[in-house]
Design a protein around this ligand. Structure first.
Ligand code: NA7
Length: 535
């Protein structure tokens, strides 16, 4: 449809990752006209951008796939229990083809701005090339880790070698086999990356600010006989994911770690340690998330494991985390990370001892010495959850900028809508269960809820929906209350927004668990969208 010169749709979706793709599928099925804008050249979102060597699932592949289409589940064979990025991207491309999604997606189109027009209760979305479209509803499907963070180190622009952030890995093959390479950061991304590139590299220097607790991934190929059993188990598996705290196959153990005698405790931790995936973190005792003494037992267990794997005691000590309790930052899963530090051409620098001073034409200087590099890789994470919103000019009622509204921390109802931003929905937005979630499970729930809400507004002859101010305030308070007693709130991380200099420290996720979250969303819908103004 055309309004003057401006193309008009029922719904504009920003982002063609897992969330945007599913939103498109659902909205089409409900009969809405949709335009999706995607900054990249292909579908896939996180799995399109993060193509660095070693990028791979930490969720079991089969538990991560879309669950809404039984045929799709049966026709797709995952090759490994924790698939690597190229396979996941291939899977998402397959879904795009199966549902012929590309015809409604405009690629190479980063959204610069979106503005609410109260007079006709519509949104006008502007892409970076200046093109505008109008829609009644706007759905952001921009992910939680999609605004790369590169620290403002002086001199960065003077570096004569090559340099990039892990989420912008060059598309052409990169040969590091004779290069002097720096990696800055030791988070989940760096742990995967370092393990992989250290296998064939000239010289690798890793700049670590905070040592991390990690856990062996224990990945394996899926055998043919397993494949059939997995496929047969899908209904029960997704049912289980609906019941667990983070929608993973693992669930938090409600007991206290001190319910077990030391020997039994040790055996239990060993057993969790030997399991594949996130069980050691998200299947651990509840009090390890809340109680320092409980967390210390687990922290010490992991420290011991690290020491056993690193040959040089000095390096082992540097890699041993002490600044925060286990599990309060996202736990990276690894497949040979520590062995990388036993290689003669891999060096670890402790930035807590010698901070980075500046980047030079030929490398990097710390307070101790100068290093020369051909390549500097920033594995320095993301301005999480709210960062991607802040990079767009989103204006709601009365021209209020979303970035300003959320300057002291986000205010939303269920992480799905902000007060003052009618008809705009935020899939996996701030204060949503998604950040601790096996994310496609939470994405499916979010998308289904939002699409139903939009259909409801239409069906009942209304034009707009937005959270009541007091309902959004109450949700924000509930979110903060939930996390107050958790150790996570006392550690600096992207969950708390405290990985970004100058960003207001505020919890960005929801720690009440995915089942409780879903229940709250469903109850609201059942009561005619309680907490929302529909007009
Ligand atoms: P993370 O987990 O935020 O890790 C970023 C890393 O970069 C971390 O080690 C940071 O150290 C380090 N960092 C950040 N800024 C600096 C500066 N200025 N100097 C030195 N080091 C710095 O991001 P990832 O990409 O690894 O993982 C993000 C998510 O992707 C992860 O949670 C998974 O869900 C997938 P710090 O710990 O802050 O001292």
């Amino acid at each position: 449809k055309q309004t003057g010169e401006m193309p008009t749709f029922d719904v504009v979706v920003i982002g063609a990752g897992i969330a945007g793709m599913y939103a498109l599928i659902r909205l089409r099925a409900l009969g809405f006209s949709v335009r999706v804008f995607e900054a990249g050249t292909d579908v896939g979102g996180t799995w399109y951008w993060n193509r660095y060597p070693g990028a791979r699932f930490d969720s079991e592949s089969y538990s991560y796939a879309y669950s809404f289409d039984a045929d799709l589940l049966q026709e797709w064979n995952w090759s490994e229990h924790f698939a690597a990025q190229p396979e996941t991207h291939r899977y998402l491309r397959h879904v795009a083809e199966k549902y012929d999604l590309r015809r409604d997606i405009q690629f190479n189109s980063r959204v610069a701005a979106a503005e609410y027009h109260a007079e006709d209760r519509s949104w006008v979305t502007t892409t970076e090339d200046g093109a505008k479209v109008r829609s009644q509803f706007l759905i952001t499907a921009i992910g939680i880790l999609s605004a790369p963070h590169i620290p403002a180190i002086p001199g960065r622009e003077t570096f004569k070698g090559r340099s990039w952030h892990t989420s912008h890995w060059p598309k052409e093959a990169v040969d590091l086999s004779h290069q002097r390479v720096a990696v800055i950061g030791t988070g989940a991304t760096a742990v995967q990356l370092i393990t992989e590139i250290s296998k064939n590299i000239g010289h690798l220097t890793i700049f670590q600010r905070t040592a991390n607790y990690t856990k062996p991934l224990r990945n394996q190929a899926i055998r043919d006989e397993e494949q059939a059993a997995l496929k047969a188990s899908y209904p029960e598996m997704f049912q289980r994911c609906k019941q667990t705290f983070g929608a993973f196959l693992h669930d938090i153990d409600p007991r206290s770690i001190f319910d077990l005698e030391p020997e039994a405790r040790r055996q239990h931790l060993e057993q969790l340690w030997n399991e594949p995936g996130f069980g050691f973190w998200l299947g651990n005792f509840l009090d390890t998330f809340m109680n320092r003494e409980a967390a210390e037992v687990v922290s010490e267990f992991v420290r011991e494991k690290i020491r056993q794997r690193v040959n040089d005691p000095k390096v082992a000590e540097m890699l041993t985390p002490r600044d925060h309790p286990f599990g309060t930052k996202r736990v990276p899963l690894e497949s040979g990370y520590y062995e990388a530090f036993n290689r003669p051409n891999v060096e670890l620098v402790d930035l807590k001892k010698h901070a980075i001073r500046r980047i030079t034409q030929t490398g990097l200087e710390t307070s101790e010495k100068a290093y020369e590099f051909d390549v500097i890789i920033f594995a320095t994470g993301f301005d999480a959850v709210t960062g991607s919103f802040a990079r767009m000019q989103i204006r709601g009622k009365d021209g209020v900028l979303l970035k300003d509204k959320w300057a002291d921390g986000p205010q939303t109802l269920f992480g799905l809508q902000g007060a003052g931003f009618p008809n705009m929905f935020t899939i996996v937005g701030p204060h949503n269960a998604a950040a601790f979630c096996n994310i496609p499970r939470c994405i499916e729930q979010n998308v289904e809820w939002v699409c139903e809400a939009i259909a409801h507004v239409r069906k009942t002859g209304h034009r707009s929906i937005e959270p009541k101010t007091d309902a959004a305030a109450a949700w924000t308070e509930h979110v903060n209350e939930q996390v107050e007693h958790m150790l996570i709130a006392q550690t600096d991380s992207w969950f708390m927004g405290s990985n970004i200099p100058g960003k207001k420290r505020a919890f960005l996720a929801y720690f009440g668990g995915a089942p409780a979250y879903r229940q709250r969303c469903d109850e609201s819908a059942a009561k005619g969208y309680e907490g929302f103004d529909i007009s």
